[in-house]
Design a protein around this ligand. Structure first.
Ligand code: AMP
Ligand code: MG
Length: 356
């Protein structure tokens, strides 16, 4: 289907466009909109999502939008870890027993595939540690080394069992789909919108997760800005069509204690914020779940392991990436070379293209 490789140059251009819009909704907002477009902002999954749809008529766009918002609410309802009615809550409170989670079956299967593929850099059972740091409640704290060691012992996706629509977790372990659910939701939205006859849309799922359908009305690629992890502006733009993008960065959610910054992406081995030398990673791929899951995983892996992972990527895991290091160095994989450009004010920044 929609792999980076199969889509070739079109994919790359789409990716670039998408990236700009995803990271900078304001840019997307700046797109010319005809009378047949509808835009809606939704607060869901702890973030602000902005959906922009272009259709043959206002009525078609409106109806498609209603379906898309309902889909977002449905995914949110399945994955909210502290919502007693969610299937994720049921799984996390199953006390080691099998729990029926039909709505999560596909998402859990896909997520576990990515956990395995990334060697556990992505680990959907990090939730006890996410909570201990206060990243769910907002009541931030720094756990002691002893507590971290104990928390790390409770992380391990291999222990999450799936059997058809049932799943189970050992007592004391809890899953968190925060690293993949927005991208997954974007994929579902795209499918639903395609069925509704929409071929041009920019789905900004928040926190730099974007699904760009088709191109802009008129045929130009989407322009998606990449945020500078070191500041408020954006350092580059990707021009893309029919592509998803996901960015993970320490700047997106963090707190500071005693001059040290602690962010929300944790190294499953230590249960502490991943300090890999990267400030952000953007992944472009045909599917949102891949972008979302891999950007989190690559942030944990760091540049060297991440580049190796890109070079070894297999069919079904094809993606391109932009790495920004703590020092502000930029690394762009070869598939994005033509679609990436530096933003104004960053023109003298050196960009290293990573080749096969
Ligand atoms: P993202 O913003 O997509 O990079 O996902 C980060 C979110 O996923 C965090 O807010 C946590 O809820 C969760 N998380 C943190 N570290 C990991 C990890 N290594 N693997 C999976 N989920 C994680
Ligand atoms: Mg993610």
């Amino acid at each position: 289907m929609r792999t980076a490789r199969t889509s070739g140059g079109l994919f790359r251009r789409a990716l670039a466009l998408l990236l700009g819009a995803a990271l900078f909704p304001a840019l997307a907002a700046g797109c010319r909109r005809g009378p047949d477009s509808v835009r809606e902002t939704v607060f869901a999954m702890d973030t602000v999502m902005t959906l922009t749809l272009y259709a043959g008529s206002q009525e078609q766009a409106r109806q498609a939008m209603d379906g898309a918002v309902a889909e977002i609410r449905a995914v949110e309802g399945l994955c909210a870890p502290e919502d007693r009615d969610s299937q994720l809550y049921a799984l996390n409170h199953g006390d080691g027993a099998w729990v029926e989670v039909p709505g999560l079956q596909d998402l859990l299967e896909r997520s576990l595939e990515l956990c395995r593929a990334t060697g556990g850099a992505l680990d959907v059972t990090a939730y006890p540690a996410v909570k201990a740091w206060g990243f769910f409640s907002g009541e931030y704290r720094v756990p002691s080394q002893a507590e971290l060691a104990q928390l790390a012992g409770r992380i391990g996706y291999e222990a999450l069992e799936l059997s058809g629509s049932r799943a189970r977790l050992p007592q004391g372990m809890e899953a968190d789909l925060g690293a993949v659910a927005k991208g997954y939701a974007g994929d579902l939205l795209r499918e639903g919108l395609e069925e509704a006859g929409i071929s041009s849309a920019l789905l900004d799922l928040g926190q730099s997760t974007i699904v760009a359908m088709g191109s802009k009305p008129g045929g130009a690629p989407w322009r998606i800005a990449l945020q500078d992890p070191a500041g408020g502006g954006y350092l580059g733009v990707l021009e893309l069509e029919d592509c998803a993008l996901g960015t993970s960065g320490g700047y997106q959610r963090y707190f500071e204690r005693d001059g040290q910054r602690y962010w929300h992406i944790l190294d499953p081995d230590t249960a502490a914020p991943a300090r890999s030398g990267l400030a952000s990673v953007t992944v472009a791929a045909p599917e949102g779940i891949l972008c979302d899951g891999l950007s989190t995983a690559l942030f944990v892996m760091g540049l060297e392991r991440g580049v190796q992972f890109w070079r070894e990527r297999t069919a079904g895991l094809e993606f391109e990436a932009v790495f920004v290091t703590d020092g502000g160095e930029l690394y762009v994989t070869a598939g994005l070379e033509d679609s990436f450009s530096l933003a104004e004010g960053f023109e003298d920044r050196e960009v290293t293209v990573i080749r096969e």
